[in-house]
Ligand binder design. Structure first.
Ligand SMILES: Nc1ncnc2c1ncn2[C@@H]1O[C@H](COP(=O)(O)OP(=O)(O)OP(=O)(O)O)[C@@H](O)[C@H]1O
Ligand SMILES: [Mg+2]
Length: 315
């Protein structure tokens, strides 16, 4: 088994009588992007803050590159960079000076730190904005800067708490490219999000967290397999003949293996199939015989998985 960069066992965090993290277990492997997907209040930030040494666990164990976070807090901090949900930039300083002064905390020499700050600004493509203040940057630039700050000490592991919340789709995609670049640099990334698409696109593996508990963990494809019917083929038929044709189609498809269900609808028929290979077979058998007015192929999303597991929508 590949090395666990982060390992969490039976982690609990209580705030008074409220249990924010309720006995979670997970491992993040070296070089992977691991996602924590869950709704508001699920316990994502609490877990990240514990890993980053910003908060103490009530019970349980967490290790960073094999080091126990409570016994070796400094060693753990050296291996980690965190981009918090709250940016915390000093509004009196420009972004370059912000990076410089925050970087002093890592104990680097001034010369080395200056090189790192330049590298961070250049990586985030913010070199020409160095004299600007944080609030003068666009939302996308701000998020890039926050991620770049997490990389100042060149850590092996980067924790990103909701790196794209509040961004428009285009800026979000840009930040995704930066996160993919971290992986290409060999970093291990643990990120939190409540965007299903983000988790799906970026993450090698995902833990779905709800009410402080991990309710499912796996690759995006593995998670989608918990749904009984993988892919839905929605076929619209000519309204004049729909009631006759959909009965014929139903008969034709009954013998195709991999067809999980067939449901007649008002304007056509819905077919649930196990995998992509069956789609072609189903479509061939229909298109050659009947006149159809539309086809829509719906792949299951993590939204469907969350709904299936909790009975609720995430938002
Ligand atoms: N310092 C605190 N004191 C008391 N309760 C807290 C504290 N921090 C978090 N909580 C509670 O713990 C639970 C988990 O909060 P947390 O911030 O970890 O959720 P989250 O998954 O990050 O949510 P979001 O998506 O809104 O950021 C919530 O019910 C929250 O109200
Ligand atoms: Mg949070």
């Amino acid at each position: 088994m590949s090395l666990a960069m982060i390992e969490v066992k039976d982690l609990v965090k209580n705030y008074g009588k409220h249990t924010a993290v309720d006995g979670i277990n997970f491992r993040v492997r070296k070089g992977e992007i691991f996602g924590f997907l869950g709704p508001n209040g699920a316990g994502k930030t609490t877990t990240l803050n514990i890993l980053a040494g910003l908060s103490l666990p009530s019970s349980g164990v967490a290790t960073i590159a094999g080091l126990d976070i409570t016994k070796h807090p400094i060693g753990c901090k050296k291996r980690l960079g965190i981009a918090t949900q709250d940016a915390n930039f000093d509004h009196h300083l420009n972004i370059k000076d912000n990076l410089y002064y925050q970087g002093l905390l890592y104990g680097l020499s001034r010369k080395e730190l200056k090189i790192r700050v330049e590298a961070a600004l250049s990586w985030a493509k913010l070199g020409k904005y160095r004299k600007k203040h944080f609030h003068q940057l666009s939302g996308g630039m701000q998020r890039r800067l926050v991620v770049a700050r997490a990389m100042l000490s060149d850590p092996e592991i980067i924790l990103l708490d909701e790196p794209t919340t509040g961004l428009d789709p285009q800026s979000r995609r840009q930040v995704w490219d930066y996160i993919k670049d971290l992986k290409e640099k060999g970093k291990t990334v643990l990120l939190t999000t409540h965007y299903m698409e983000e988790a799906d696109v970026l993450c090698d593996r995902i833990s779905i967290i709800d009410n402080g508990r991990i309710i499912a963990c796996g690759t995006p494809d593995e998670l989608k397999k918990v749904l009984n019917n993988d892919i839905v083929i929605d076929i619209a038929l000519d309204p004049a003949v729909v009631n006759v044709v959909n009965r014929h189609i139903e008969k034709d498809l009954r013998n195709i293996s991999g067809v999980n269900y067939i449901k007649r609808s008002d304007n056509g028929i819905r077919i649930g199939v196990g995998d992509d290979a069956v789609i072609e077979q189903v479509l061939n058998s229909i298109i050659t015989k009947y006149k159809i007015s539309g086809i829509n192929i719906i792949h299951p999303t993590l939204e469907d998985v969350f709904l299936h597991l909790t009975g609720r929508e995430m938002r």
